[in-house]
Design a protein around this ligand. Sequence first.
Ligand code: ZN
Length: 380
Amino acid sequence: MSQEQEFLSRLASAHSQALEGLQSIAVQLEAGASGDDESINASKLTQEFNVWKERYVGKKAPVASLKKELGLLDPASRRHAGAELNRVRDELLDRAQELGERLVSARLGTLQSSSRIDMTELALDSFRGHIHLITQTRDELEDVFIGMGYSIQEGPEVETDWYNFEALNIPPDHPARGMFDTFYLKESVRGTQDGDRPSSSSSNKLLLRTHTSPVQIHTMSEYKPPIYMVAPGKVYRRDTPDARHIPIFNQIEGLVVDKNITFADLAGTIESFTTKYFGQDIHSRLRPAFFPFTEPSAEFEITCAICSGSGCRTCSGTGWIELGGCGMVDPNVFEHVGIDPEVWSGFAFGFGIDRCAQMRHSLVDMRVLLANDVRFLEQF
Ligand SMILES: [Zn+2]
């Protein structure tokens, strides 16, 4: 059996087990409601339902662990397997939502018919929490890239200078360091653990990563190409919070390394992501820029979602909004991780997850994303 077939068969068996569990709860609920079995009560079924949720749609569910394993498939199979995984997950979530609602109304029905409850008594309102807007945005972005055949990678938020700068072609004293206002850690030097990494004390200085790009280095050090990955996560800059900047924000990094990858592949990937995430009316364009770790480099802009490209205050009348940076991986970066730039080529891109949420929901001030004001958060 091929790796993809094996993956799909495990997905199918997790899917059918999950459906069986759900079906059994639904059948019992039905029997209780029709009076066929009076021993069934909605509270007990709700407990059973919560156990089911934990097991099949929670963080440790088979579908969630299969998502992590997508990275082990070859890129061609990953696209199909990723799409299938998204479909199964969405179906389970929809069905769980529907059954959850039926259980809530069954429980309410039981409460109202019970004489022990004094319906005139005041009860405190309870709130139903949900996932924060940033996490929702991150999950949706991950899904778009999984559907395009990418795997999800993670890296540490505390990095060494080598991973954050030097391996990305930004040596000490390089003027590009001025682009990043970095938080360094006081207790600073981490021992080398990666074989031939340089051991000078400046390379091992600890800092809070200023971008998600070090995950490129970790991934290329760990896996052989072809590589198709995205890495979402928190990054830190010494910025004073204002309407457009917050000192802790979220980025998503993308990296592709394969044979014969060209700038046209990069542009096509950015456009395809843009229409998949923002919708068919939003397009992308690239403008020349400079980043030390890519050559050539570009900034990418998308149609301003607020004025649909006709020009407004948010886009300074241009109809375009800058979303992130991208470019072809600089051969120096490949050499730092032992990948032969004569054989392999690739592109990288990175953009703000918070900025995506801002664009999609027309948020004027980014600080609301950190404020934890329920009146704001409950809208999403
Ligand atoms: Zn505009």
